[in-house]
Design a binder for this molecule. Structure first.
Ligand SMILES: CC(C)(COP(=O)(O)OP(=O)(O)OC[C@H]1O[C@@H](n2cnc3c(N)ncnc32)[C@H](O)[C@@H]1OP(=O)(O)O)[C@@H](O)C(=O)NCCC(=O)NCCS
Length: 265
């Protein structure tokens, strides 16, 4: 408590600065870590960073080959790209606040809202582009915003939009295609047509893969993409997907060939 000070015009009040500006807050959580508790049991990595603030007890952060001890009323920023895990290092319960932060301006994913639908649909400028994106999931082109929202009505889908500089610039849907909770399938992947070819698609896919692995427990991610959709095939390959096989679909009376792609995490 030695380095706590009383700010001007306060009484019976002691404060100590814990951290400064470090990007954008995505979410926050409180955790109670019991004796010998912690995790994940295998250190993991991801795109976002964690700001940990210990409010009771003491935490031990394993960060690559380093051990960092964070005591009560101390904070530590874990860079998500370095393999890490966090453990109780006290002989009681350790209580900590975990805040997810991303660098300012970095892309992030948030849940889709029905008010996003019109914008997402406006990114397909003609019927062929619309079918390359959505195959036979809709009736006529253009689809109505309510038809896109209705795709996610059954609750088993996880539709996410990509935000960059406070603007919606992409969309991706995740789902469990079977009862196997280690397999996630991606669908409806799209980037704003005025922003393609600048790396956003790859970035959005990396965040979706991260979400599938760390939030949904995926070990494999699958998807289908029309063979003629070169930019999409190349984008998937660039984040690690490989072609598993080929299928074909009838789209508006024509036969369209599709690659089945897979990523083992
Ligand atoms: C597919 C899509 C999401 C890719 O997004 P993007 O922002 O344009 O892609 P990126 O700029 O991140 O490119 C990712 C990689 O793909 C490569 N790539 C993209 N377009 C390419 C093309 N036409 N030819 C060759 N490579 C290409 C890039 O070079 C990059 O590779 P690198 O990381 O090794 O440099 C985007 O083109 C899109 O929205 N398409 C329309 C919707 C659609 O058809 N979705 C697919 C449904 S299955």
């Amino acid at each position: 408590m030695n380095d706590f000070t009383t700010p001007p015009n306060h009484i019976n009040f002691r404060a100590r600065k814990l951290f400064g500006e470090m990007g954008r807050i995505v979410d926050g959580a409180v955790a109670y870590i019991d004796l010998d508790g912690g995790g994940p049991t295998e250190p993991h990595t991801h795109e976002h960073n964690h700001l940990f603030i210990v409010t009771e007890g003491e935490a031990k952060i394993l960060l690559a080959d380093k051990e960092i001890i964070v005591g009560k009323d101390e904070a530590f920023l874990v860079e998500g790209k370095i393999p890490h895990s966090v453990w109780n290092n006290s002989d009681g319960v350790t209580k900590m606040i975990g805040i997810t932060v991303v660098p300012s301006g970095a892309m992030c994913l948030r849940p889709f809202m029905s008010s996003d639908a019109a914008k997402i649909l406006s990114w397909c400028k003609d019927k062929r582009a619309f079918r390359l994106w959505s195959a036979d999931r809709f009736g006529d082109f253009p689809a109505k915003p309510s038809e896109l929202t209705a795709q996610f009505d059954d609750g088993g889908k996880i539709p996410l939009v990509a935000m960059a500089d406070n603007e919606v610039i992409g969309f991706v849907m995740l789902r469990y295609p079977t009862d196997d909770k280690t397999l996630i399938r991606l669908g409806f992947v799209i980037i704003d047509d005025s922003k393609r070819g600048k790396g956003y698609g790859g970035q959005m896919l990396r965040l979706a893969i991260d979400h599938a692995q760390n939030e949904l427990g995926a070990r494999r991610i699958s998807l289908g993409v029309f063979c003629d959709n070169t930019s999409a095939v190349e984008c998937y390959k660039s984040v690690g997907f490989s072609i598993l096989g080929e299928d074909s679909y009838t789209i508006d009376g024509e036969e369209w060939k599709e690659f089945e792609m897979i990523l083992e995490i």
